[in-house]
Design a protein around this ligand. Structure first.
Ligand SMILES: [Mg+2]
Length: 236
């Protein structure tokens, strides 16, 4: 059991109660490692590299949903910087040019319960926004397609991507929340897996109810034990 699990049905009920009183609720969702398990994207790319170079040992590498990026899966299989540096660099470049692309987003899979929860929130009268560190030019089209494909309520007006890939994720999300008309909402929820982003919003917008997705992250920061958290969107 996680430190401070949140009851998703309570969030749905809050949205319903607000809606009944003509008060607005907003739920903001990150995409990668929040709504979507992206380890399947990395697995596909690794497999393509192994096929292309006829590397049977590499084909056996298994990417776990808790892995961040590539390295953890490769090191677990016995690859090391000392003996495999050139190949690891080559795989990294191959991975990077595909992972951050419209085409490969189709290999992502939503976490259990994610689609149903977001649909139920909308049904409860909650407004839905998606706020992602993916950038518009490389991943905008694919993000919209994949959200639609899985049944997430999405249109051109509620999906927010970085305008430039070089932009910092944390700053982008911080600025987005700063520009939001907070007074228009009775309640704002933010679902996010990356502690760097979580901590930035907790600090700058303490009125936002942040729900931490305890899935995987960049290992740059941690979150406090007290923070509300879930591992997926499954409900009893
Ligand atoms: Mg994320």
């Amino acid at each position: 059991m996680s430190a401070n699990p949140v009851n998703l049905n309570d969030i749905l009920n809050q949205a319903k109660q607000n809606h009944a009183q003509n008060l607005r609720t907003l739920a903001v969702f990150d995409l990668d490692s929040t709504l979507f398990n992206v380890s399947t994207r990395t697995q596909k790319i690794l497999h393509e590299y192994a096929e292309m170079h006829k590397l049977d040992h590499l084909k056996e590498v298994e990417v776990f949903s808790e892995d961040w990026g590539l390295k953890e899966a490769l090191f677990r299989k016995g690859y090391t910087i000392e003996k495999d540096l050139e190949m690891l660099k080559s795989i990294r470049d191959f991975w990077s040019s595909r992972f951050f692309s419209n085409e490969y987003l189709h290999y992502d899979v939503p976490y259990p319960g994610a689609v149903c929860f977001v649909q139920d929130l909308l049904e409860a009268g909650c407004e839905i926004n998606y706020l992602t560190g993916r950038d518009h030019s490389r991943m905008g089209k694919g993000s919209l397609e994949v959200l639609k494909k899985w049944g997430f309520p999405v249109g051109a007006d509620n999906l927010f991507l970085k305008p430039e890939k070089a932009q910092d994720d944390e700053l982008f999300k911080h600025d987005w929340f700063k520009k939001l008309d907070h007074a228009a909402y009775k309640k704002i929820f933010f679902f996010e897996n990356e502690p760097v982003n979580v901590n930035a919003i907790l600090q700058s917008c303490p009125e936002v109810d942040v729900i931490y997705l305890d899935t995987t992250h960049s290992r740059k920061q941690t979150v406090t034990e007290e923070l509300k958290r879930i591992k997926h969107f499954g409900r009893n």
